[in-house]
Write a protein that binds this ligand. Structure first.
Ligand code: HEM
Ligand SMILES: *[C@@H]1O[C@H](CO)[C@@H](O)[C@H](O)[C@H]1NC(C)=O
Length: 320
């Protein structure tokens, strides 16, 4: 008995040391089990219904979690509307006229607050849950979402401009950007697989299709109809050949020089990330498993926890 107790003390000391050194958040999958046991099922059913209506919304919702986590951590800051005190991230260069899905987040927040009988689920957690449910609804992997993030009372357009990677980035710029967020080269390659769903606007791939040489000429030709050299900047093209399915096509497209964004094709352009792209292009299981691991890691970026921040009543505004 004494030795078991000693072991338990050691174990706790070890867990504490690990938590302290990795800065691991106190997030847990069970966070709402008592305060709102129906939270997860309520959210899932709204996401399923919305993706059924318009499958692109799944992509847009996944992207919101990414753009949230990359700007001062996963704290719901992307959802705040402009106000006299909020310099909204919605107006940052990577987001303006681009990020979408805010009405669906509002709908989910209302539904979950009604199911809970009170406002207990944070907007930052809603984004993390909805990212998972969207990926599942489009045929991708599932994972256990870590929960307990709290919402920021601030936002920063400048930080959004500085921290969200751009489609004209080189491989080394992409690697550095991810590294600054605690994510490695493998995380970069596998999370870029988010581009297996959704769309991009002409303005974001024009330079790639007209000026880059690492693109299949037939693919470039097809895109030039969608994206003329003059104008058409808001026209949409799918990010991979099966934009409504979460699958490995994004990677097989890259191997065939059919990447839509310059930044996508950088991952398969004769450099250190080629071999992983090659592997994912045929290994669905590896892609799904690694995507789940890396998105959990992304969701752990600098959350507000405990009594930090707040749980917003309205995801677009800070509480009074
Ligand atoms: C690696 C660096 C990345 C860059 C440079 C990048 C850039 C972009 C750009 C330029 C668009 C199109 C936006 C528009 O034209 O309006 C886009 C769309 C998208 N991105 Fe990324 N992205 C990156 C990583 C990620 C990650 C890590 C995820 C999620 C795991 C993600 C998910 C998406 C999704 C789902 C869309 C489509 C959204 C929709 O259809 O509404 N991206 N990205
Ligand atoms: C292609 O490159 C030229 C020379 O750098 C530049 O002037 C032009 O704007 C680029 N075209 C596109 C579509 O980006």
């Amino acid at each position: 008995m004494a030795s078991r107790c000693y072991f338990s003390v050691l174990l706790h000391a070890f867990v504490f040391a690990t938590v302290a050194t990795l800065g691991f958040s106190q997030l847990t999958p069970n966070y709402y089990d008592y305060s709102c046991p129906n939270a997860l099922s309520t959210i899932k059913s709204v996401v399923e219904a919305e993706v059924q209506k318009e499958n692109r919304i799944g992509a847009s919702l996944l992207r919101l979690h990414f753009h949230d986590c990359f700007v001062n951590g996963c704290d719901g800051s992307i959802l705040l509307d402009p106000s006299p005190t909020i310099d909204s991230e919605k107006n940052a260069r990577p987001n303006i006229q681009s990020v979408r899905g805010f009405e669906v987040v509002d709908e989910i927040k209302q539904a979950v607050d009604q199911a809970c009988g009170k406002s207990v689920v944070s907007c930052a957690d809603i984004l993390a849950i909805v990212a998972r449910d969207s990926v599942v609804a489009l045929g991708g992997p599932t994972w256990e979402v870590q929960l307990g993030r709290r919402d920021s009372t601030t936002a920063s357009r400048e930080a959004a401009n500085a921290n969200i990677p751009a489609p004209f980035f080189s491989l080394s710029e992409l690697i550095t950007n991810f590294k600054n967020h605690g994510l490695d080269e493998k995380d970069l390659v596998v999370l870029s697989g988010g581009h297996t769903i959704g769309y991009a606007r002409c303005i974001n791939f024009k330079a790639h299709i007209y000026n880059d040489s690492n693109i299949d000429p037939n693919f470039a030709q097809y895109l030039k109809y969608i994206c003329p050299i003059n104008g058409g900047d808001q026209n949409l093209a799918p990010l991979d050949s099966t934009a409504a399915n979460f699958d490995v096509s994004y990677y097989s497209n890259l191997v065939n020089k059919n990447g839509l964004l310059h930044s996508d094709q950088e991952l398969f352009n004769g450099d250190s990330t080629d071999s992983l792209v090659q592997q994912y292009s045929y290994d669905n299981q590896a892609f799904f498993q690694d995507f789940a691991n890396s998105i959990i890691k992304m969701g752990n970026i600098q959350p507000l926890t405990g009594d930090q921040g707040e749980v917003r009543v309205n995801c677009r505004k800070v509480n009074y």
